[in-house]
Design a protein around this ligand. Structure first.
Ligand SMILES: *Cc1c(COP(=O)(O)O)cnc(C)c1O
Length: 370
């Protein structure tokens, strides 16, 4: 039995008629950029994320960039973030000309360790970007407390964590901004690139919408230099259809995670993902285990050879990426992130995967680890 890491076709087919009807309507109307479909989605996201305002943008990467731009963060500024994340988090900081500064992560949750943040603050620090990695929120209360104390902006990277909760609060509603990605493999994915920024501050919301459209306040009158960060109507319409099913998919992911926990009981050398104390809703964008004794790469090969999809998110921590060499990051700077990069392996967790698949995945891993 071939077991993919993700099967989006299976998710699509039951929605096909509904989606094609929306696509046809938009094609007939020939109104493709922003407009009422995007506004409708923005209101639905505001309700879902429990945030005052949502602004649809071109991608999760652009969501981070536009939030940094609205804050006026650029050359000479520093932004503290996690070294264990997808490249885009740190790429966004570099793209606006600011300097990424890394605070190491927690071994259990893989999220930024709030206890490592304050030592990284300098007079140049302007913001913190906690990343809610794999669908679990970073521990936001201490992060917000540090940010308020030092007058820093908090931009949540919620790309992997739509609907996740920290102490009962939704991802994207706790910081000054929440940045979401609708890349197809995220828990709420569109049919191309897409993203959104949430905020509960009406001034920031207004600026986000101006920056999204080249900083234009009235037609051809530009107060700021923004960019083209506009979400298109097709993606918004598809996302509205999918958002109605998101809670059901999330529940399936959580049940799948619970089943893995039972199946892996007693398997030595495997550490399962752990829900931290502050986590009240993990949405399992990934189910990421740790493999001991330097056996991760061999296990990955073993699974792939048997048709079982699995992937390493992420093999190189950001402080060791070649493109950031001039920042002077070296091995040993973030030992936990470096350990994770050697040990992590993500295995199939998607909503439509079956119990039979999970039994085969867990059984094959147990057989290898013996
Ligand atoms: C996917 C992702 C992004 C970027 O989103 P895109 O829509 O692919 O641009 C940013 N941060 C994290 C943590 C992500 O997983």
């Amino acid at each position: 039995m071939a077991i993919p890491l993700l099967n989006l076709r299976e998710q699509y087919l039951p929605m096909e008629a509904e989606i094609l009807a929306e696509v046809k309507e938009i094609f007939r109307n020939q109104a493709f950029i922003l407009g009422e479909k995007v506004e409708k989605l923005e209101h639905e996201l505001e309700a879902y994320c429990n945030a005052g305002f949502a602004c649809g943008v071109t991608s999760g990467s652009d969501a981070l960039i536009i939030a940094l731009m609205v804050e006026g963060i650029g050359p000479g500024d520093e932004v503290i973030t996690s070294p264990f994340t997808f490249f885009a988090t740190v790429g966004a900081i570099a793209r606006v000309g600011a300097k990424p500064v890394f605070a190491d992560v927690d071994l259990k949750t893989y999220n930024i360790d709030p206890a490592r943040i304050e030592e990284k603050i300098t007079p140049r620090t302007k913001a913190i970007i906690p990343v809610h990695i794999f669908g679990q929120c970073a521990d936001m209360d201490p992060i917000m407390e540090i940010a308020r104390k030092h007058g820093l902006t908090v931009i949540e990277d919620s790309a992997q964590a739509i609907g996740a909760e920290c102490r009962g609060r939704r991802s994207g509603s706790m910081g000054d901004y929440g940045c979401f990605s609708f890349f197809p493999s995220k828990n709420l994915g569109c049919f191309g690139d897409g993203g959104a920024v949430t905020t509960s501050d009406p001034e920031r919301a207004k600026k986000l919408k101006i920056f999204r459209n080249h900083g234009q306040c009235e037609t051809y009158i530009h107060r700021y230099v923004g960019g083209n960060f506009r979400l298109d109507a097709l993606q918004a319409a598809i996302l509205s259809i999918k958002l109605r099913r998101l809670d059901q998919w999330t529940a399936a992911r959580q049940q799948n995670a619970a089943e893995y926990a039972r199946l892996f009981a007693g398997v030595e050398g495997i550490t399962l993902p752990c829900e931290g104390e502050s986590c009240t809703r993990h949405v399992y964008n990934q189910y990421t285990i740790r493999v001991a004794d330097g056996r991760r790469d061999a296990l990955k090969q073993f699974l792939n050879d048997r048709g079982i999809g699995c992937s390493i998110y992420y093999p190189v921590p950001l402080h060791l990426q070649e493109c950031f060499a001039e920042l002077g990051g070296k091995r040993g700077d973030c030992p936990v992130a470096e350990q994770l990069a050697q040990e992590v392996l993500s295995i199939p967790i998607y909503a439509e995967s079956t119990s039979e698949m999970r039994q085969e995945v867990a059984g094959t891993i147990a057989g290898f680890m013996k």
